[in-house]
Write a protein that binds this ligand. Sequence first.
Ligand SMILES: [Fe+2]
Length: 247
Amino acid sequence: MRFLIVSDMHGNWDAFDTVLRTVEPATYDAILVLGDLVGYGAAPNRVVDAVRRLPGTVYVIRGNHDKVVAEIDDGSNFNFAALTAARWTTERLKPENLEYIKQLPQGPLEILPGTTICHGSPLDEDTYIFSNYDAYEVFEGSQAWLTFFGHTHIPSVFSVDSNGIEVGVLRGKSGSLTLKPEVRYLINPGSVGQPRDRNPKAAYMVYDSEEQTVNWYRISYPVEIAQKRIRKADLPRVLADRLAMGV
Ligand SMILES: [Fe+2]
């Protein structure tokens, strides 16, 4: 089975639309959405409408921004820009889209035996996996062979075998990784709508569970249109500025 994996769209329709138009539907059998559909970006309804309309087998879990927008979490740990955008999003989401965000399940979610998806970490949806120390705790505290996670907005691979933990950052336009049965993995596809690895291009992944390959991709999208929407909506300017820098 081949899975298209997208995460952290953050209301950035121009990025998400570009990904959906670029990836040939014939190249995947199911879609995994790792949370944070909304928050930061100024086109939340377009993104949620598109996720709700995705065809075929689709697994979606909630992210921390989805929780704040749905008022499941009060956002007290958010910075000013994030909280402002979350409040703005709650007010503007169509009732059916707000309802959809409210009912999104919490990860981790097992999509195949031994393979799970989560937003932050399989142990806590709000926790970031940035370092080998973070990965150590997750490998110790979870059983899955392969976990796809989001939240950090950084395309990355953490792996562990009898030699210890290895940390890999996925750089460049595209690349491929072949998974080994004796190694356990934590893999982040990066963010569609707000990349933070100083590469402003939208990130996504395709996982083939028969070939055991993970392919990652970065594509250009009309950043200036996404920025214009944010400025027009009177959201904090930093949310527009950062998109061009990929931070
Ligand atoms: Fe996020």
